[in-house]
Design a binder for this molecule. Sequence first.
Ligand SMILES: Nc1ncnc2c1ncn2[C@@H]1O[C@H](COP(=O)(O)OP(=O)(O)O)[C@@H](O)[C@H]1O
Ligand SMILES: N[C@@H](CCOP(=O)(O)O)C(=O)O
Length: 289
Amino acid sequence: MEIQVPASSANLGPGFDSIGIAVSLYLHLQDLGSSNKWRVDHDLGSLPHNQQNMIVQTALKLAPDLTPRNLKVVSDIPVTHGLGSSSSAIVAGIELANQFANLNLSAEEKVEIASQIEGHPDNVAPAILGGLVVGTNIGDHFDAFAAPLPPYDLVAYIPEYNLATKKARAVLPNQLDYHQSTHASAIANTLVAALFKKDYSVAGELIEADEFHEQYRSSLVPELAKIRQISHANGAVATYLSGAGPTVMTIIDSEKTTTFINAVRQDKLNDRIEVLHPDPDGVVIKPEP
Ligand SMILES: Nc1ncnc2c1ncn2[C@@H]1O[C@H](COP(=O)(O)OP(=O)(O)O)[C@@H](O)[C@H]1O
Ligand SMILES: N[C@@H](CCOP(=O)(O)O)C(=O)O
C-alpha cells in the first residue's frame, strides 16, 4: 500500500490561512510491513527515522495502539520551503492511521484533524481534498469550498535557504489597525469572488494586493520583489509568496513560461525552479504495484 500526498501552496496573497492550492510535487509513503519498532527510511536530511518522525507522531495521535511498521518515504517536496511539507507529512500520518486502525475517517474529518494539528487549514485542506480550496474553522467545524482550477502553470522559484513557517510567522504583527484590517479583508473577499468567477485578470491584481503578510515577510525573501518585477515584464497573472516562503510562486500562461524562466535566469537567479500544475485529487491510496 502506498499513500501519495501532494504539496500545497498557501495564501495566494491575501488568502492568509484560508486559501491554498494542491500542486504537482508529491510525498509517497510506502508501507513495508509490521515490525517491533517504528522505522522510517528516507533521504530527507535530518528528519527523524524513528517514532519521533512527524508522520508516525501524527498516526499515533489518532491511534495510540497502532502496531509499529517499517515505512519508506520518498518525497520531492522541499522541507521548510513554503510548499506545505509539514502538511503533507501530517496528512500522510492521518491516512496511515486511517488505513491501519480502520478509522473510516471522512474527508471532512481528516481536514478537521489535520487543521488542528497544523494550526491553520490552508495547506492541509488542498493536500487532502485536492485543487484550490477556500476554507476556515468556525467553532469546532471546518467549512471549505473548492474553487475552479486556474488554467495556468505555477512556476515555483525555490531558494536554497530554509525558512521555517514558525520563524516567518514570528515576524507578523500582533495587531492590525482596524481600517487596515477591513481593507485587507475586502481585498481577500474580492479575490475569492474573482477566483470563483474565473476572472484571472482581476484575481491577479488582488493576489498582489495582499495587506496581511507579504510586506512583513518580504525582507526575509528578497527574491519576491525581483521575480514579481520579471513576471510583470513577461505577462504573468501574478506572483506571490508561497505559504510562509521562501518559495516564490508565479501564475502564468503556459505559452509564456519558458520566456519567463529565461528572464529569471538572466537576472542571475539560479535556484531550483519547478513548473507545477494544480493537483485535482489530493491524498490518494494506491494498491501494491
Ligand atoms: N516528509 C516529512 N516527514 C516527516 N516530517 C516532515 C516531513 N516534511 C516536513 N516535515 C516536518 O515539517 C517541518 C517543516 O515544516 P514547516 O516549517 O511548516 O515548513 P513547510 O513550509 O515545508 O511546511 C520539518 O522540520 C519537519 O518537522
Ligand atoms: N498561512 C500559513 C501558510 C504556511 O505555509 P507553509 O507551506 O510555509 O507551511 C502562513 O503563511 O504562515
